[in-house]
Design a protein around this ligand. Structure first.
Ligand code: PLP
Length: 426
């Protein structure tokens, strides 16, 4: 036989590193996993969801409708409630048309939207610019589409605009600007670094991209992946890039949100606000993929929001994550060598730790193996970096999550890891 019969995508696709890490954790009950990006198990809203489902399906409700197919773009009430909440958070004075429910699409987790965006915008050989490091599951989706990726470093305010300019200049020199389709920001409590992008930085990025659009010959979209926005526990909220949607930048921002992280990861309802053209095209892709997110789950979210249970749950988990982050940071202070750089997060689920460059943390490193031998797992930083041909992949960082690991194991996990780190660094 001359071929295995797979499509190009089927041949290109690689095993997602996340499955490997998850399998590792499942097979070893004594292992403390600081790797999983899961939410806190103990606070998942079991009681609330039971009551919600009883209300959605109970006598006097329209249970049949909830158990029937819905529409491709999503339940109209959920679209309205979500758009209204987003508008209020960004500032009620902002242009209302940007937050119209007509522009809001309900998806099966935000992950589905990210995937559909790569299908709607990218052909093999097209270029996506991401933060360096970034959310590694999306890197897998982009890679499977044959997309090329360029990483741009982050500072404390978000993506570095000077480096962004030099990457764009280099692409222009190489005649590759027409292949640049989108820039992806994980803009709140970024996965993996915990950094939040300031509004000024989002505005600067949109202005900068605008300068390059004439040579690109098409819009260069900014995807604002805001899935951790609700998980803030210190400092205030920052408006999204939609709040900048004055005429010259409107139709360039794609906002990606979710109810998965702030309510229940098992409910997995996500959403996006899209420019008109993409709303049409991504809506068609969704029509082909599943013609609508599970209706029952959407009805459950409507009921959670309507009854105030969603808001009180979010308040509760913010407090919970604040405590867990504090426990992790206290343990790091106590057990990690002082040369390791890290920052106390203000939201989200992660602490990003940077070791001296001479100490590799990757999957093949002795340190990763020693941590596993001592029953503690972290996400090697290298997994969060794209295959970018213009730079070597950093290999001396780690992502630590306080999301899923029970409070009492955080201290023990960090202590184990700290002991391993001291062995390697002393
Ligand atoms: C940055 C980021 N975006 C999107 C997602 C997908 O989340 P969901 O599909 O559950 O909404 C995740 C999940 O970990 C994430 O970390």
């Amino acid at each position: 036989m001359t071929s295995n019969g797979l499509s190009r995508l089927g041949q290109r696709i690689q095993a997602p590193p996340i499955s490997w890490l998850m399998k590792m954790a499942l097979g070893r009950p004594q292992l403390i996993s600081l790797a999983a990006g899961f939410t806190d198990n103990e606070t998942l809203p079991v009681e609330e969801t039971r009551a919600i489902l009883e209300e959605v399906l109970g006598a006097g409700s329209n249970g049949q409708a909830a158990l029937q197919y819905g529409t491709t773009l999503g339940d109209s009430e959920l679209r309205e409630l979500t758009a209204k909440e987003l508008h209020e958070r960004d500032g009620a004075a902002n242009e209302a048309s940007v937050y119209s429910p007509e522009r809001l699409l309900i998806t099966n987790g935000s992950q589905q939207l990210l995937y559909m965006l790569s299908e709607a915008l990218c052909d093999p050989g097209d270029i996506v610019i991401v933060e360096d490091p970034t959310y590694f599951v999306f890197l897998g989706a982009l890679q499977s589409h044959g997309t090329e990726i360029r990483g741009v470093a982050l500072d404390t305010e978000g993506i570095d605009l000077e480096q962004m300019r030099s990457v764009l200049d280099q692409l222009a020199n190489d005649g590759l600007l027409p292949r640049v389709k989108m820039v992806v920001l994980v803009s709140y409590y970024q996965n993996p670094t915990g950094i939040t992008t300031s509004l000024e930085r989002k505005a600067g990025l949109l202005r900068l991209l605008r300068e390059y659009e004439p040579s690109a010959g098409h819009p260069i979209y900014v995807v604002e992946d805001a899935v951790y926005r609700d998980l803030c526990f210190a400092g205030g909220d920052t408006p999204s890039a939609l709040a900048l949607s004055v005429p010259e930048v409107s139709e360039r921002v794609i906002y990606v949100g979710t109810y998965s992280k702030p309510f229940a990861t098992g409910i997995r309802v996500g959403y996006g606000v899209l420019p008109e053209l993409l709303m049409t095209v991504v809506g068609r892709i969704k029509g082909n993929q599943d013609f609508g997110t599970a209706n029952l789950l959407q009805q459950a979210m409507v009921q959670a929001i309507r009854t105030g249970r969603y808001a009180s749950h979010v308040t509760r988990i913010r407090q919970r994550y604040a405590e867990k982050a504090e426990t992790m940071c206290r343990a790091i202070r106590e057990h990690f060598p002082s040369e390791i750089e890290w920052r106390h997060p203000r939201g989200g689920l992660y602490v990003w730790a940077r070791l001296p460059e001479a100490v590799p943390t990757g999957l093949d490193s002795e340190l990763f193996q020693a941590a596993l031998d001592d029953d503690v797992l972290y996400v090697p930083g290298e997994l969060c970096y794209a295959e970018d041909p213009t730079r070597a992949k950093p290999n001396h960082e780690m992502r630590l999550s306080f999301g899923a690991v029970p409070q009492e194991q955080i201290q023990a996990g960090i202590e184990r890891l700290g002991n391993v780190l001291r062995r390697f660094m002393d």
